[in-house]
Design a protein around this ligand. Structure first.
Ligand code: PGA
Length: 241
């Protein structure tokens, strides 16, 4: 199975920085799928600047297809400007915008109908982990966020590991990815057996190789380290097998 290394630029990046970033990625890394999700206004320019084999995606999309929804961005428009993927249900959106799993599920349907591949994020907070509820929380997020017949990817991102420099241990990652795999099989049947499960949370060039070699880890969703092309490429190299 090819691994995917996805960059989530969050609210970072500039138009002026696109050309150098795309040049540093070059043709990417053989045998690894690369995806960059910049802020909306940079999707078109990044798509134009990157090699065709490097995918460009969005960090969110509207639940409605079109209409009077000021400030929202339609999945169909994202596809039209060259996005192939969309991150949905990121913990920062769940926290900052009060996004619930039911909304994530509906956005996922809209995205798939527009031809986008969703990457649905799940993950527990530190309090939930310390209370021994991590697996229950993640299972509930999967049950609520994935529509019937879901096609796409899942990203496990423990909230306490995002942007903190703390990564989950390989044992924790292995256990949670196994839990997610079991839930995907139960919910989706056969497609759940091979769906990629990315790990996210302080993935860096120094820890990527061991995380990516952990069983059921199908790639990484990288925030901070994706802002520097050389770091992002180093993580992609670690995915090469
Ligand atoms: P981080 O972010 O790599 O900066 O921890 C990951 C994410 O939120 O997707």
């Amino acid at each position: 199975m090819r691994q995917m290394i996805a960059g989530n630029w969050k609210m970072n990046g500039t138009l002026a920085g696109i050309a150098a970033y795309a040049a540093a990625l070059g043709q990417g890394v053989a045998g690894v799928d690369l995806l960059i999700c910049p802020p909306y206004p940079l999707i078109g320019p990044l798509r134009a600047a990157c090699a065709p084999g490097i995918a460009v995606g969005a960090q969110d999309c509207a639940v409605e297809q079109s209409g009077a929804h000021t400030g929202d961005v339609a999945a169909g428009l994202l596809a039209e400007i060259g996005a192939s993927h969309v991150i949905l249900g990121h913990s920062e959106r769940r926290a900052d915008h009060n996004e619930r799993s039911a909304l994530v599920r509906d956005k996922s349907r809209t995205a798939i109908a527009a031809g986008l591949t969703p990457i649905i994020c799940v993950g527990e907070t530190l309090a939930e982990r310390e209370a021994g509820e991590a697996e229950t929380v993640v299972r509930a997020q999967l049950a609520g966020s994935l529509p019937d017949g879901f096609t796409g990817l899942v990203a496990y991102e423990p909230v306490w590991a995002i942007g903190t420099g703390k990564t989950a241990t390989e044992t924790d990652v292995q256990a949670m990815h196994a839990t997610i795999r079991a839930a995907l099989k139960k919910q989706l049947g056969e497609p759940g057996e091979t769906m990629l499960i990315l790990y996210g949370g302080s993935v860096k060039p120094t820890n990527a190789a061991s995380l990516l070699a952990t069983s059921e880890v199908g790639g990484a969703l990288v925030g901070g380290a994706s802002l520097t092309a050389t770091d992002f490429m180093a993580i992609a190299e670690a995915a090469r097998r």
